[in-house]
Design a protein around this ligand. Structure first.
Ligand code: ADP
Ligand code: MG
Length: 680
């Protein structure tokens, strides 16, 4: 059997230098090379008429050369070659730059295939620097690879061509019955045709098989992670505390909140640890759900821990939960990095001896010094900020604790399965009653004065406002911070003179941030000028208007999260997006924001605008980077891969059958790679 793990050095023609260039593309073995799929194709197999060539896109036309090649010396080192060709209906002028070799091969009266972009010139069609081939041998689909210095697409293609025969004797990673059942092609066929497609159908079949395989590995890995937690729950739940908890709440829970808590309680009663995702748009009331689930876990003798991504949020949750659960005799302890050491120590002691039942904090919760007497429930808020591994680290502080993950959506339903494939899902698809829609407007900076005039009107009615300006990221040069500081000064000295304006930014010390946030939520500050540190979860219902400066500099999902800071009470709220951007994508983002407040729709638009590659590229989810699957267009295959994975694990839960050995190794490798990247 061929060994695909051998170095590319063993392929004929690959010397030390070429191997080093391949290494820059992370290609070390023959298998790496075969899995370096083309990023695009030149499709010479579909010939179009000159007049029907798609605008601005590459295509292939077949035309006869009508004239001799004219040579024009423009200046030293710059020669133009020109000739006219026709497909019988339309003519076009072909221009070649400096390509004497190609120009010399063009013969008047002969027919060729031209591959490139047809443009509509002043009086005729034109094609500049096309690839040209004889009609006879061509008519194929050529791969285009991501290349690197010293390694052109041609060399990659040549090397790949030499490596492909090795596959003929290799065993297919997918069992034959699965291949038959899902109508897939073999690995040998798939690799051959993903690199050098015989025709479009062959390419589609190849792609389908490889996408299926990739999604199968992902699902197998996730299902096995889930299987690992199917041990006995550390905190078995007997009593359902939900009703007692609802009585503590100052408002009636929504139906969706009741359902989500009931789902969780049922999970916790099942004897195995819960692994559940509660997905709900901003403002849907996830905090109350978390509190309800924690209440039941604590009443049954376990401790609960809730991890939030920012100090501001942890602080806010701690306050809310203390107020809510304190009267029921539950002690809530806050743990964040910037707390004074003595306070931290006190909370840690309380957690270790069990006198503090509910820990609320940031990453500080997963640090080594934190021990629990009996951790029964782990909650992570705004999960998309945490990796799979951080969630697991907190869970390790207990013995098979229940796991509750809360996410403010921006993940379309079709994708949730992938990211959260190891979790059960409850959706909060209902907002608390009495919510007023948020009116959103996009204006250019010419209307800034009017926008702030509108803000003043709301302040005079006793409400509060947010003003958001773009990112102050760590490691940036500070010019954005300067902009925020300047904005505060400008507002204080001008349009908002006489109002209490405060600044909040990511570089402030924890205690400073807390002080500003506390002042704002107690109504001692009228206008909070902030960078994106308020993006996640902050809840001040009296703040009813938000101005976002340079709104084009934010992504859609982020704008949605930001806007979710208003419209949280019973007052009608407003969001004003200020932007002078002209580019189409930015305009479209702003239009989407003005049209809808539905998080699912916004997430879908976001995906279409940015592409899933981008969405998944940031690796925050801690899952492997997908090599070929496109989660938008391959959603149907995802379902098939999921059921194939489930069938397989039912038959062979540990993948120890000889027929599954290669699959097991591939799953291992895929998740190993995650370990190198996002999971540590
Ligand atoms: P998110 O899902 O964005 O985390 P929160 O938990 O912060 O939402 O809740 C948003 C606001 O709605 C809070 O002020 C909260 O007190 C309030 N709230 C939550 N549930 C209800 C309900 N059932 N009825 C009325 N208000 C509610
Ligand atoms: Mg929240």
């Amino acid at each position: 059997m061929a060994d695909l793990t051998m170095s590319v050095r063993y392929i004929k023609g690959v010397g030390e230098k070429t191997a080093a260039a391949f290494a820059r593309l992370h290609i070390h073995t023959v298998e790496d090379l075969l899995r370096h799929f083309p990023r695009a194709y030149e499709d010479w197999s579909q010939v179009v008429r000159i007049a029907e060539a798609p605008l601005g896109e590459q295509c292939c036309v077949r035309a006869t050369v009508l004239t001799d090649v004219q040579t024009n010396f423009i200046r030293k080192g710059m020669t133009l070659f020109k000739f006219t060709a026709s497909d019988g209906k339309s003519g076009m002028q072909v221009t070649l730059f400096n390509n004497k070799y190609l120009a010399n091969r063009i013969k008047r009266g002969r027919e060729y295939l031209f591959f490139g972009t047809v443009t509509n010139g002043y009086a005729r069609y034109e094609m500049a620097s096309p690839l040209i081939e004889e009609v006879s041998g061509a008519a194929r689909i050529h791969p285009i690879y991501r290349q690197t210095e010293g390694l052109s697409t041609r060399i990659i293609a040549k090397t790949t061509e030499k490596a492909l025969p090795l596959l003929a004797t290799a065993t297919d990673i997918l069992p034959p019955d699965m291949i038959a059942r899902y109508g897939l092609c073999t690995a040998a066929y798939a690799y051959q045709n993903i690199h050098f497609p015989r025709d479009r159908e062959a390419l589609a079949a190849a792609r389908r098989r490889l996408v299926f395989e990739e999604l199968l590995l992902l699902q197998l890995g996730l299902l096995r992670l889930k299987g690992r937690t199917r041990a006995v729950a550390g905190t078995p739940v007997r009593e359902d505390g939900s009703e007692a908890f609802w009585a503590l709440l100052p408002f009636e829970p929504t139906g969706a909140q009741r359902r989500a808590v009931a789902d969780c309680v049922r999970d916790m009663q099942s004897g195995v640890p819960m692994s559940r995702l509660v997905q709900g748009d901003v403002g849907s009331g996830k905090t109350a759900v978390a509190a309800g689930v924690a209440y039941t876990a604590i009443q049954n003798g376990g401790q609960a821990a809730m991890m939030a991504p920012t100090e501001i949020l942890a602080e806010q949750h701690a306050k809310t939960l203390e107020k809510l659960l304190g009267p029921a005799g539950i002690r809530v302890g806050r743990l964040t990095g910037s707390m004074p050491a003595a306070e931290k120590r006190a909370v840690r002691e309380g957690l270790a001896d069990g006198t503090v039942q509910f820990a609320v904090g940031t990453h500080a919760l997963i640090s080594d010094g934190v021990e629990f007497q009996h951790l029964g429930l782990v909650i992570t808020d705004e999960q998309h900020r945490f990796g799979v591994a951080q969630r697991a680290r907190l869970a390790e502080k207990g013995e098979n604790p229940h796991l509750l993950v809360m996410s403010a959506t921006p993940i379309p339903r079709t994708l949730a399965l992938i990211i959260y494939g190891d979790l059960d899902v409850s959706v909060l698809d209902e907002l608390p009653p009495g919510r007023q829609p948020i009116a959103t407007f996009a204006v250019d900076s010419g209307k800034r004065a009017r926008a702030y005039g509108y803000v003043k009107k709301h302040l005079d009615e006793g409400h509060q406002a947010y003003v958001v300006c773009p990112l102050v990221e760590e490691g940036e040069d500070g010019s954005d911070l300067a902009a925020a500081t300047e904005l505060v000064e400008e507002l204080r000295g001008g349009v908002l003179a006489g109002y209490r304006v405060a600044l909040l930014h990511g570089r402030m010390k924890g205690a400073e941030k807390e002080a500003v946030m506390a002042a704002f939520s107690q109504g001692e500050v009228d206008v909070l000028v902030s960078t994106t540190v308020i993006e996640v979860g902050v809840d001040v219902p009296n703040a009813v208007i938000m101005v976002i400066e340079n709104a084009d500099r934010f992504g859609l999902a982020q704008l949605h999260q930001l806007r979710g800071r208003v419209g949280r009470g019973e007052y009608a709220s407003t969001c004003i997006l200020i932007s002078d951007a002209q580019n189409e994508e930015a305009r479209r983002r702003l239009t989407v924001m003005c049209k809808t407040t539905d998080g699912f729709r916004i997430a879908d638009e976001d995906l279409q605008l940015r592409g899933p590659g981008d969405f998944f590229g940031n690796r925050q989810h801690g899952l492997p980077q997908l090599n070929i699957a496109d989660l938008m267009s391959d959603a149907a295959l995802l379902g098939a891969a999921r059921s194939a994975a489930e069938d397989l694990l039912r038959e062979d839960p540990l993948l120890i059958d000889e027929a599954h050995r290669l699959l097991a190794a591939a799953v291992e490798r895929l998740f190993q790679r995650v370990g190198d990247g996002g999971m540590n």
